[in-house]
Design a protein around this ligand. Sequence first.
Ligand SMILES: NC(=O)c1ccc[n+]([C@@H]2O[C@H](COP(=O)([O-])OP(=O)(O)OC[C@H]3O[C@@H](n4cnc5c(N)ncnc54)[C@H](O)[C@@H]3O)[C@@H](O)[C@H]2O)c1
Length: 444
Amino acid sequence: MVPIDSPTKIKSAKGKLGVLMPGLGAVSTTFVAGTLAIRNGISSPIGSLTQMGTLRLGKRTDNREVNIKDFVPITELDDLVFGGWDIFEDNCYEAAINAGVIDKELLDQVKDELSLIKPMKAVFDKKFVKKLDGIYVKSVKGHRARIEALRQDIQNFRKSNNVERLVMIWCGSTEVYQEPKGSVYDTLDSFEKALDNDESSIAPSILYAYAAIKEGIPYANGAPNLSVDFPAMHSLASKEGVPIAGKDFKTGQTLMKTILAPGFKARRIGIDGWFSTNILGNRDGEVLDDPESFKTKEVSKLGVLEEILEPEKYPDLYGDLYHKVRINYYPPRGDNKEGWDNIDIKGWLGYPMQIKVDFLCRDSILAAPIVLDLALFLDLAKRSGMHGIQEWLSFYFKSPMCKPDLYPMHDLFAQKVKLENTLRHLMGETLITHLGLDYYYDEE
Ligand SMILES: NC(=O)c1ccc[n+]([C@@H]2O[C@H](COP(=O)([O-])OP(=O)(O)OC[C@H]3O[C@@H](n4cnc5c(N)ncnc54)[C@H](O)[C@@H]3O)[C@@H](O)[C@H]2O)c1
């Protein structure tokens, strides 16, 4: 039962938590190396809400401000253990050097621990990631056999690392665009039959997600792939009592959009056009150079403004909005993406104005703390008896998953309030509505 009415009995966070990642590339190695550096006292966890966030409890006059990590029982960084799969055999140190995100000098300080993390052989199908050639992949054929092989990997990892609990976060490449159309993805029954029949549209990320959920492991999807975002998988997650979340980490340009657009809308400033373009040169950029993988990303990036601005409700302000997103693969930049936004806004009497944003960001530096927070919060959700779609984690995603009869919430500040109130709710604290009238009228 989802804990809606009463404070929840949360199981203890004691013992090791294994974080399993399909894809040991730029994001995952930046997360792992960073976490090792932080727990060795070399660096600080900037960007992570679980590590640096605080929360107000009670009334403003109560002066109760707590650290999130002291307030909710989340796993200590020292208790995290890392593992994953990749189509390349490089260990985490080698992969981090190749990714070129963290300086070698810093990586060398955690080299011994990092080098011990070696990928397991991947489940891969080039049909879904056309720009990569998988060389370190499982030889078993067929969906069921591949799922079994992944479940065996998970069980072996659990035993050999002596972990109490596990979470899985998809940090693999973006697969080609796919809509969950047709009866295959509608019900658990039809989907499981499709697995038996080796239905060709079922992508590797779906097999990883299925294996995780069957093993009782919470799953988050960092890419815009289908993965767990279709009705059959929602049902499976609820049936198995497993929390799921997705999709597509909200990092550079979309983070900026979900900060700026709610502000314009709040002040009823109109927008005629929003042109976004990016250059990036990492492996992710190379994969997204394939039009079919880009399409998956484009759909994820485009949805944000429509949902926030609701042009159908505000035709005078947003009815003519022209929204365009471009991603260009440009190797010299590596992981240091540059994202430009030109925003054509309009004010009082329709007078036009322009805003230009030039975000020289570091993609994986922005994504790594999201992986950490998702791992810790999904584990908390599982220990709290929550299962199925975890909408309170929308804060971290470009295309937040929600029940099909709801619309997703994109506004970063609404997402933040939702996340914080969920934590208060889990701990039996009063929710904060920001009404505040009681400060003025209670005494009368
Ligand atoms: N800020 C960000 O970096 C950001 C933001 C949002 C989403 N994402 C998404 O996160 C994912 C990871 O990004 P990245 O920059 O680390 O990319 P990356 O290319 O550096 O790493 C992805 C890794 O996944 C591996 N891989 C591909 N298919 C696999 C499979 N079937 N099984 C196991 N491994 C597989 C690749 O070999 C590669 O090492 C991408 O899908 C990306 O679109 C990244």
